[in-house]
Design a protein around this ligand. Structure first.
Ligand code: ZN
Length: 409
């Protein structure tokens, strides 16, 4: 086991830890520790909310999560010799749960608190808890399913340069200005009050927090990409923007469906990552890199049978035709799958959570056949303990009653 470079003590709030997490991106956040190309080290991470969600049967905590405090990131870790324009090669040698915390959670976020992909259909807070059994997971809140985890960091990236910081702040502010009062908002601007700036302190930290990126979107440095196939065993190539690169990570997922559609849509957990690092000097120029690229793991779980739902770019409520709009088409594919799963006894919320957490494959299947984009959502049929395929006698209600976890007060 490689040496632990960052410890996450789950018995106390991350704000009280000796080595501080950071929840903003900024070029001047100091490195936690320096490593050399070829080094390997272990990084422990808090869950993305820093422990705001508990293992119980109420969704009050999901409803009340303070989203300005997320994500709690471990790092940044520096690499000797790394300079802007290099590629940082990161091997995700292993990713897993912490032994003292063998469970995870999924939230449907309320419209007033970020919402999710299907917020118009599911505007209220809900929660599901998942238990880990070796490589498998089950949930008392989403019955009759079990599958092997495809464990991955939802968020991993390098520190941005000042130029990139300012460029992204400008473009995101311009987007917000087109509809500044929208709920949920179009993007999240810098917000200093709850900023954690890692080992940066005092006046310097306060000033930097005013311009530091929030961690919600993926950007050119990686960040919150939420790619399920960035799983343990994969190799990621990050552009380096600052001297030392500054690699940070967190938001570990036990499993996730393509799109992470409920927003807190994966099985979220605290956990560890074993990291191996290397450098490709001047790699950004050599390979024309703009965003990170990666090679998936050789050991992802494999399923042999899927049921695939199609969706086209026609709005479900108004019937309005959209032009090659993959966002609308993927939403329709998800809604079609949810309606189908409800026939077996799942509630809409349970089906929604299932699509966010199970290893479903989302695809843009057609993007040129005017006017309809065609998106597909493939559900592995083997995750269910009953047969979900269509047959002549119709669906039988096979799902044992689960607990519908609502906000109560
Ligand atoms: Zn996450």
């Amino acid at each position: 086991m490689p040496k632990t470079a960052f410890k996450a003590d789950l018995s106390r709030a991350p704000e009280q830890a000796k080595i501080k997490t950071h929840n903003r991106w900024h070029p001047d956040i100091p490195m936690v520790e320096m490593f050399r190309p070829g080094d390997e080290f272990r990084v422990e991470c808090f869950d993305w909310t820093g422990g705001q969600i508990t293992n119980n049967d109420s969704a009050n905590d999901v409803r009340d999560v303070d989203l300005t405090r997320v994500h709690y990131l471990s790092g940044p870790f520096g690499v000797e010799g790394a300079e802007p324009g290099d590629i940082l090669v990161v091997d995700l040698l292993d990713v897993g749960a912490l032994p003292e915390s063998p469970w995870g959670f999924t939230g449907i976020f309320a419209r007033e608190n970020g919402g999710g992909f299907l917020v118009d259909h599911f505007p209220k807070a809900r929660k599901a808890i998942w238990d880990f059994h070796g490589i498998y997971c089950t949930s008392r809140h989403v019955p009759n399913v079990r599958w092997a985890g495809i464990i991955h960091p939802g968020l991993i990236g390098t520190l941005p340069s000042r130029e990139l910081l300012e460029r992204c702040n400008k473009r995101e502010a311009e987007l917000i200005a087109t509809d500044p009062n929208r709920v949920p908002p179009l993007a999240v601007p810098p917000y200093a009050d709850t900023a954690l700036m890692g080992q940066m302190t005092d006046k310097k930290a306060q000033d930097a927090a005013k311009e530091a990126w929030r961690t919600v979107p993926p950007r050119e440095h990686g960040g919150n990409c939420d790619i399920k196939n960035l799983s343990r065993g994969s190799r990621v190539y990050f552009p380096v923007y600052v001297k030392g690169a500054g690699l940070s990570m967190g938001d570990i997922h036990w499993s996730q469906g393509d799109g992470e559609i409920t927003f807190c849509g994966a099985i979220e957990m605290a956990g560890f990552l074993d990291i191996g690092i290397d450098l490709i000097k001047d790699g950004v120029n050599k390979y024309g890199l703009v965003n990170p690229i990666f090679q998936p793991s050789p050991i992802e779980p494999h399923f042999s049978e899927y049921l695939v739902f199609e969706g086209i770019s026609v709005d479900e409520k108004s019937g309005k035709q959209f032009y090659l709009d993959a966002h609308v088409a993927y939403r329709r594919a998800c809604l079609n799958a949810i309606e189908y799963l409800k026939k077996f006894g799942y509630s809409g919320e349970q089906a929604y959570v299932l699509l966010g957490t199970a290893p479903v494959e989302g695809r843009i299947s057609g993007i040129v056949d005017i006017p309809n984009a065609c998106c597909t959502l493939a559900i592995p049929t083997e995750i269910f303990d009953f047969d979900i395929r269509p047959n002549a006698s119709g669906p039988t209600r096979s799902v044992t009653a689960g607990v519908d976890v609502v906000a109560t007060s």
